[in-house]
Design a binder for this molecule. Structure first.
Ligand SMILES: NC(=O)c1ccc[n+]([C@@H]2O[C@H](COP(=O)([O-])OP(=O)(O)OC[C@H]3O[C@@H](n4cnc5c(N)ncnc54)[C@H](O)[C@@H]3O)[C@@H](O)[C@H]2O)c1
Ligand SMILES: O=c1ccn([C@@H]2O[C@H](COP(=O)(O)OP(=O)(O)O[C@H]3O[C@H](CO)[C@@H](O)[C@H](O)[C@H]3O)[C@@H](O)[C@H]2O)c(=O)[nH]1
Length: 459
């Protein structure tokens, strides 16, 4: 059992705290947001993350998980202090480490012993751990021996608990082998490969991993664009590529672009980091350009269908940047709604969990109770987040209540054939125009799940 303090009770901090408590440690989570901590003490979870509420309640009830706003109370006699703090983008694209530095300076004022390990889980520029270590000894020279380690977090929102408990790998960056070993012991109950390296390499692993995943997404989005132009079906193309083990099928889902609080800011921060050190990160710039273009592509498609957007009623299904979260930070759906507003569209939207957050950010968008209320009287509906419940929408009902039955499926969730049969004019991503479907005799063209490939038919 370890004594652990966690700074920050956001997606990373609260999940990390609850999971470490579940593994048998005594954990105190510290946040400067008084309302958030008061809420957590009452058992209220500040954001939607499947399974987190039960996990927090169980560990609070077992006296393993505590919450405070008081650094002095929270940091006393701890073995580990995990930093799970925001590193937002600055105006020039760099990751802003002001919050991290302020928190670490405060730690240096409060802690008494050099035995504690400070572990950074926030995504921060290469060199941050070393710089934080220098900061501690500047603020309090008696603490010159305190080690700051890098332990990047790879969890995804929506599956954060299982990602934390069963990660693909655990990365520990340390300048001191003994410190690295001590941190490894905290992760002992978790069955995953552990990579121990220096702090700079660990920090780089996090950026390089996110940038690579973002690159895969922009790559398949560009391929989808070309597929549309030449009449190929990107879903089948991605499947065919993914069967090659060297490529892998993950992160080859085309869509309306990547979003969230990580990929956009981390790719930008890595590009900035490279540029200030004299590198020329052309590929990263292209990855960002392709992504921004994805938002505009939705409007091109809409304009192609409707002629013009001004004064049209546009429905939106899905607001969060991905399913199973209420996070709308850098959500493509929000960006697309902003572009639609600029063009003078009337927007109606529905999301299973993100509407309370979204209505504050998008006061002119009419939030609806369900997908059908969105579709009623709409000139077109855009599907922008692949929530599971959208797969079972009654498409006939949708077609019957829309003013013009146009669906732009930005995530390829719907079956184009069924949509067409229901009377909808369907436009997907990289699926070409759905005109007619060819019956295919060859087994080779049947999907592994037994469904026919949705081939773009020839005229
Ligand atoms: N969200 C993810 O899925 C994810 C995954 C891996 C890594 N990361 C990285 O982890 C870091 C945290 O991300 P997040 O999404 O959890 O952030 P978040 O915005 O959800 O939460 C941050 C929390 O820190 C608190 N905070 C701010 N200043 C503080 C201070 N001085 N002391 C104590 N608490 C303070 C805020 O009130 C907030 O509750 C970022 O660097 C992010 O890039 C995020
Ligand atoms: O094939 C794909 C996969 C994802 N996305 C989009 O990419 C974004 C990010 O998705 P995902 O990676 O599932 O969610 P995050 O919670 O943002 O997680 C990423 O960012 C975290 C923060 O750094 C890391 O910890 C995770 O490993 C990394 O996957 C979302 O908008 C998705 O819609 C696609 O468009 N196509």
């Amino acid at each position: 059992m370890h004594e652990i303090a966690i700074l920050g009770t956001g997606y990373v901090g609260l999940v990390t705290g609850a999971c470490f408590a579940e593994l048998g440690n005594s954990v105190i989570c510290i946040d400067i947001d008084v309302e958030r901590i008061d809420g957590l003490r009452r058992g209220e979870i500040p954001f939607y993350e499947p399974g987190l509420e039960e996990l927090v309640h169980r560990n609070v009830a077992s006296d393993r998980l505590f919450f405070t706003t008081d650094y002095s109370e929270g940091l006393i006699n701890k073995d580990f202090i995990f930093l799970c703090l925001p590193t937002p983008p600055s105006s020039n694209g760099a990751a802003d480490v002001t919050i991290l530095r302020a928190a670490v300076a405060r730690i240096a004022e409060v802690i008494q012993s050099s035995d504690v390990l400070v572990v950074n889980k926030s995504t921060a520029p290469v060199g941050t751990c070393q710089s934080l270590q220098r900061l501690i000894s500047t603020v309090n020279p008696r603490l010159a021996g305190v080690q700051v380690l890098s332990n990047p977090e790879f969890l995804r929102e929506g599956s954060a608990i299982s990602d934390f408990m069963s990660p693909d790998r655990i990365v520990i960056g340390a300048e001191d082998r003994y410190a690295a070993e001590r941190l490894r012991q905290v992760y002992e109950p978790i069955d995953a490969p552990v990579l121990i390296t220096d702090t700079k390499s660990a920090e780089m692993i996090k950026y390089a991993s996110n940038a690579f995943l973002a690159t895969k997404i922009s790559f398949i989005n560009e391929i989808a664009d070309i597929c549309e132009k030449v009449g190929a079906d990107v879903s089948v193309v991605a499947e065919g590529m993914g069967l090659d083990k060297r490529i892998g099928k993950a992160f080859l889902r085309p869509g309306v672009g990547y979003g969230g609080s990580c990929f956009p800011k981390d790719v930008m921060a890595l590009a900035h980091l490279g540029a200030i050190h004299g590198a020329d990160p052309k590929l990263l710039k292209a990855v960002m350009d392709v992504n921004t273009h994805q938002f505009r592509r939705v409007l091109f498609k809409l304009r192609e269908q409707l002629g013009y957007i001004e004064g049209r009623t546009i429905g939106v299904w899905g607001i969060s940047y991905k399913p199973n979260t209420d996070d709308i930070r850098e959500s493509p759906s929000v960006e697309i709604m902003r572009l639609l507003e600029q063009e003078g569209a009337e927007i109606k939207a529905y999301d299973p969990v993100a509407m309370p957050k979204a209505s504050r950010r998008l006061p002119n968008v009419r939030m609806c109770r369900n997908v059908y209320e969105v579709a009623e009287g709409a000139d077109a509906v855009l599907l922008l987040t692949e929530w599971t419940e959208f797969k079972s929408i009654d498409l006939k009902r949708v077609a019957s209540i829309m003013r013009t039955p146009i669906i732009i499926d930005g995530r390829n969730v719907l079956d184009p054939l069924k949509a067409q049969e229901a009377g909808l004019h369907y436009v997907g991503v990289g699926r070409g125009k759905v005109r007619k479907y060819r019956e295919v005799e060859s087994d080779a063209l049947i999907h592994p799940d037994g469904e026919w490939s949705t081939l773009s038919g020839e005229d």
